[in-house]
Design a protein around this ligand. Structure first.
Ligand SMILES: NC(=O)C1=CN([C@@H]2O[C@H](COP(=O)(O)OP(=O)(O)OC[C@H]3O[C@@H](n4cnc5c(N)ncnc54)[C@H](O)[C@@H]3O)[C@@H](O)[C@H]2O)C=CC1
Ligand SMILES: O=C(O)[C@@H]1CCC=N1
Length: 275
């Protein structure tokens, strides 16, 4: 693939995608990025040998693919600013903005555009991300594979067939890293109360999380079976699991993810729409 990709916004997520693309052999001359912040452009220039611009329209002039990587709250204004250049070039539009629907982006950009909406997550920063993708009806097969190629540079990619499912992806893998961080924080704190020093508690928590995740990925056994393997009859794990179950851990997780899902839909209504 040698399409010219233009990132609008050169913050954390854009830099992780650019880093991933370059590491996977994508040519630096085919990647450009924009950012009004000189500091961000300098940071970009010191990390990667790609061209950067302060002016979105100037950068977009020759782009085959535009990646919208600004904060959701400013996306509407950015789209208004670039709409005539986008209409002139009709590039594939890829959005990584949380909670903004393809119909809104399309309307803000002047209409009739192929748009892929994605939901990455922060482990993309270390090329261990997980991204859900949704394509609107104007995206063709070649453009789908281009979008997938870009997002795969930072980890796993999975397509969903309705846009509402992107909100479910947001509740799962988009926000999910924070759930694991919270659980790890709680384990560390509990271990310290049981007498371990902070460093020991931290190291054992991290290694346990990594080991558990690797086992799920590599052992060909499902989570319930792996849990059963740790749980000796009438042993320590059984006591802990019984405690979790008696406090309705599963219902707590379902409630949290349902709240996240509903918030994703509310955000789309608040930031999108005609207002
Ligand atoms: N943090 C997360 O877990 C996730 C974030 N995202 C999405 O990724 C997108 C980017 O997020 P981050 O990289 O974390 O934000 P960031 O704040 O690091 O980067 C945004 C960049 O946009 C630049 N910018 C501001 N105004 C601009 C303009 N008019 N034109 C061009 N660039 C402009 C800023 O200077 C900044 O460098 C957001 O829409 C966010 O919703 C998506 C999934 C997960
Ligand atoms: O918390 C949020 O709204 C965004 C979406 C997924 C991760 N961060």
């Amino acid at each position: 693939m040698n399409a010219k990709i233009c990132f609008i916004g050169a913050g954390n997520m854009a830099k992780s995608l650019i880093g991933g693309l370059l590491a996977s052999g994508y040519e630096a001359k085919n990647i450009i990025a924009t950012d009004p912040s000189e500091e961000q452009r300098q940071a970009l220039g010191s990390q990667f040998a790609i061209e950067s611009f302060a002016d979105n329209n100037e950068a977009l002039m020759h782009a085959d693919i535009v990646v919208l990587a600004v904060k959701p709250q400013i996306l509407r204004n950015v789209c208004a600013e670039i709409s005539s250049t986008v209409q002139a070039g009709s590039p594939l539009v890829l959005s990584i903005a949380a909670g903004i629907r393809t119909d809104d982006i399309d309307r803000w950009l002047g209409g009739n555009l192929p748009i892929v909406r994605t939901m990455p997550n922060t482990p993309a920063l270390i090329q261990t991300g997980a991204t859900g993708l949704f394509a609107n009806a104007r995206v063709n097969d070649e453009q789908k594979s281009q979008a997938e190629h870009i997002m795969r540079a930072t980890g796993l990619t999975l397509w969903v067939d309705t846009e509402a499912k992107i909100d479910a992806v947001t509740a799962l893998s988009g926000s999910g890293p924070a759930y694991y961080f919270l659980f790890m924080e709680a384990m560390e704190n509990a271990a310290e109360k049981l007498g371990l020093d902070h460093k020991t508690a931290h190291l054992l928590t991290m290694q346990t999380a990594l080991g558990a995740a690797k086992m799920v990925m590599e052992s060909h056994q499902d989570c319930a079976q792996l849990r059963a393997n740790v749980t000796s009859p009438n042993g320590t794990t059984q006591k802990a699991i019984e405690h979790f179950e008696s406090k309705q851990l599963r219902e707590i997780v379902e409630g949290a993810m349902t709240d996240a899902y509903q918030r994703a839909q509310e955000l789309a209504d608040e930031l999108g729409g005609d207002a």
